[in-house]
Design a protein around this ligand. Structure first.
Ligand SMILES: Cc1cc2nc3c(=O)[nH]c(=O)nc-3n(C[C@H](O)[C@H](O)[C@H](O)COP(=O)(O)O)c2cc1C
Length: 177
């Protein structure tokens, strides 16, 4: 049965376990290049979105995506309100979009100057190289984040150089096919 209530996936695990320096952890993981997405949803107050690199395809059969969203993020509230979310994989030329959606500015400010359309009840950003719409399935506990899973409603992919986040900087792959 699908669950919307966050649940602990590792019962008994002590999140305050000693010995791990959070900055060292962050610096180490910054060496892992990732794609950059904007996760979107239509919330009670309109479109919401955040920059996210903790996003993956989860399953092919059935087709599922996952995204890790900060418990305190406004976009998580919008995703839960809508019961759906969009994943927009950004193109190399969209670093400014990533910067803007990665901040806590007023939500309506993030959307100023952004060309988008509502598709399958989720905001699709113009210029993204992949757009996926999902119906919210699970909201699972993951420390200070939650893991949302979603069943695919639609997917659109186009050619283009993806935006990559590596060691704190945005870059393109340039020579990728
Ligand atoms: C490159 C990059 C990757 C990020 N990845 C994530 C992520 O995977 N999950 C997340 O919740 N926040 C992530 N953030 C932070 C959010 O984009 C940011 O805190 C956002 O303002 C919070 O959401 P809200 O504006 O909906 O409240 C990332 C930020 C950057 C710049």
């Amino acid at each position: 049965m699908p669950s919307r209530e966050p649940r602990e996936s590792t019962p008994g695990h002590d999140p305050d376990a000693p010995g791990i320096d959070p900055d060292a952890f962050r610096r180490a993981m910054a060496r892992m290049p990732t794609a950059v997405t904007v996760v979107t949803a239509i919330g009670a107050e309109g479109p919401s979105g955040l920059t996210a690199n903790a996003v993956l395809s989860l399953s092919l059969d059935p087709p599922l995506m996952l995204a890790c969203l900060d418990r305190g993020s406004r976009t998580l509230r919008a995703v839960e309100h809508a019961g759906r979310f969009g994943v927009n994989v950004l193109a190399a030329g969209q670093a400014e979009v990533a910067r803007s959606f990665g901040t806590k500015v007023e939500m309506h400010e993030k959307w100023e100057g952004i060309a988008w359309a509502e598709r399958d009840g989720t905001p699709a950003l113009e210029g993204s190289i992949v757009w996926v719409a999902c119906e919210l399935r699970d909201v699972l506990a993951g420390g200070d984040h939650v893991i949302v899973t979603g069943a695919l409603l639609d997917v659109v992919a186009s050619d283009g150089d993806p935006l990559v986040f590596y060691r704190g900087s945005y870059m393109g792959l340039g020579e990728a096919p």
